[in-house]
Write a protein that binds this ligand. Sequence first.
Ligand code: SF4
Length: 453
Amino acid sequence: MDAEKFKAYNAKSIASSPYWSRVPQDVKDALASVSKVLPFRTNEYVLRELIDWDRVPDDPVFRLTFPHPDMLPPEDYRRLCQLLSSPSSEAAAAQFIAMLRHRMNPHPAGQMTHNVPTLDGRPLPGLQHKYEETVLFFPAAGQTCHAYCTFCFRWPQFIGSENMKFNTRESAELSQYLLRHPEVTDVLITGGDPMVMNAESLASYIEPLLAIPHLQNIRIGTKSVSYWPQRFVTDKDSDAVLGLFERIVGHGKNLSIMAHYNHPAELRPEIARRAVKRITGTGATVRIQSPIVRHINDSPESWQELWTTGVRLGAIPYYMFVERDTGPQRYFELPLAETYDIFKAAYQGVSGLSRTVRGPSMSTLYGKVLIDGVATIANEKVFVLQFLQARDPDWVRKPFFAKFDPVAVWFDDLQPAFGDSTFFFQDKDESVSRKPIYLRRENPSEHQLVTAS
Ligand code: SF4
């Protein structure tokens, strides 16, 4: 049988998919409008294998794939539809769409400003160096994905606005930077999805890294294991990709495939399972990570099936993240208290081999904050928190406490417990009640630009 060829669909081409007739007309109409703000891209494999069309529009992978009008505040959605319905409003519609995108905190946790390192005084915009031992690298050729996730915090990468993107074409700069930073043991190659690159391009970025003696771990962040597992099984250069993986391991480096799986359906097809087996067969590891997202995986059972299936295949449960403060966060968010309960119930229901997972974790400006529990201390109900990773390594694993708040959905919603005005890692003059995005709680119809603080 011929290998399946990758076939992508976007807003312009989705009507040609044989599955499109299964979508109710009102859902199609809404999608036509909302996708002008939030991009979507999917492929034939996702449509055929991962979506249960009898459950559309509520199927979790359908929600993961196609934007929904509730992702915009109602007044904004109405205004958008109004502008789009009038040909004379084309310029006003474009302006409105740009404003909506900018208001969605396109670069959370200071990723455009706080984490960009320099080389000889020059900023390296395609690198991020937030934690001492790890550098993130955004190769220019890997800044798209086999399909887009509606919750994605990298969505500005896909909308074609140059001032909202970051990446680099200069892999040589990465090597130079690493050679000058012996404290860096890990490089995470990320995107988008680096696995959209062919084997040759990927090798051109990775092979120079093999000569850097202090580099121990190469990680590749990818969703291809779920959205296009053919990348490791039947694509014409899949053997070359696996050969590259073997070379990395053969050089004494650890290779970790940081696999984004958001729902257990993604590990049910036979080819998805073969992909994991083929990757681990090279000596690389596969680690499972995902945010917890309302409408998609907000049940303990989802996580249990994902982790236990992963473990059976040889993959390692790694992170449950909290949905980030960007894009349509309001649509996907869950209160931290509920998130913690789901994590705990899922964790309690799996064997020790799945308990390698860490979470729920928030990737904040300061570092990765883990919700360790809810407790009552000195008559005050609190969230028990700690850093798993931090800008300052001294902060890591040091417990700290926030007032319990049943509706808080993100770190910026939390207040220090026990009457403190700031958390231990914040300057005394720093406001802990910073609300970086319009999506918090205030009047969403104030059409002003608000950027990450
Ligand atoms: S695959 Fe990853 S980077 Fe790509 S859209 Fe999904 S979450 Fe975003």
